[in-house]
Design a protein around this ligand. Sequence first.
Ligand SMILES: Nc1ncnc2c1ncn2[C@@H]1O[C@H](COP(=O)(O)OP(=O)(O)OP(=O)(O)O)[C@@H](O)[C@H]1O
Ligand SMILES: [Mg+2]
Length: 392
Amino acid sequence: MAKELIRLVDCCMSYDDTQVLDHINLYINDREFLTLLGPSGCGKTTTLRIIGGFTTPTSGKVLFDGQEISSLPPHLRQVNTVFQRYALFPHLNVFENVAFGLRIPRREEINGKKKKVKLPEEEIRRRVLEMLEVVSLKGFEERHVGELSGGQQQRVAIARALVNRPKVLLLDEPLGALDLRLRKDMQSELKRIQQQMGITFIYVTHDQEEALAMSDTIVVMDQGRIQQIGTPEDVYNEPKNAFVADFIGESNILDGIMHQDYVVEFFNRKFKCLDKGFAPMEPVDVVIRPEDVDIVPVEEGQLRGTVTAVTFKGVHYDTIVDFKGYKWLIQTTDYHPVGREIGIVLNPDDIHIMHKSSYSGMFGDYSSYSEEYDEINDPTYVEDGEEAGYEE
Ligand SMILES: Nc1ncnc2c1ncn2[C@@H]1O[C@H](COP(=O)(O)OP(=O)(O)OP(=O)(O)O)[C@@H](O)[C@H]1O
Ligand SMILES: [Mg+2]
């Protein structure tokens, strides 16, 4: 069973009068790969620095293995960090960069006396070589760091952080400086290293694809608050609010009304869905992922619209479809030319319902609002149970 390793309890952080973290509550299990994901300035690095001991929260507690460590300095925590701007020592070769942390004498108590203890040279050598092997840099010991590619330098930084055998590694956008291809290679490499070493990774990124690809758990943050915690599948398939739905993947987000369990109305039609537990006639946000929409001939559609733009994306076409002035993004492998009238079909599991939040109306529209949209949003709703949208 998963064992809890770190817990943040009600952590708040303010600089002067500005609150940058607002009651962060979070736990991280042993051997978990947890990612803090959110836009620039949302508080990811601050949260990481609190876990690492570089920043003391204005209020709240940090627990490690159940013990409070809020005032413990970084070097006494079983945590190591790879920073956003990792700095290798340019005058040292790869071997010495990795060995650096092992050469710092440790204070140990021997026979009641405090003594400085150095690791024997052969142990340093064995551990550095072992670590270079883990990060696929065997044979690079003598190289100077200036003679390495960006990805290789990044591996050295990771080896240097892991050689002290921390229980937890904190990584702050470690792949930020790499090009896309190398980033992808390093993503799977990091995941492999984490699993091979059996340690906990707390990873910071603002790249949602990276977070989905690597994490066991994703913590979505915005404006100093946790918006959602879940597996990659949870946050993608069951976003908690319009912010999460928009930040993770593409989303069409529409205003709807939840009539009863499993029945939602939008665009003046009722649709079956899989959601329940909302108040009768509760106004809701409806999320429809672009890849979930089936395009069908007009006469077979639950809704009909007109294609207004098409962009080829390699695997699929990004097709913008105008439904009486409200534009959706639909991703299809079939090409539908601009100007064509199409129908769409939505299955119950293509529709995801969210409570309204302070983010409602801010995201998920692929056009500006138009007059027609106001018209179809007319509250004098006419029920129409006969058409394909809803069957009793
Ligand atoms: N030492 C500081 N003094 C004042 N404000 C700070 C300080 N450190 C961070 N902040 C502010 O706190 C907020 C959160 O910063 P943080 O570095 O945690 O964001 P982030 O999510 O890591 O962003 P990015 O993706 O850009 O790295 C920002 O508004 C930032 O300006
Ligand atoms: Mg940051």
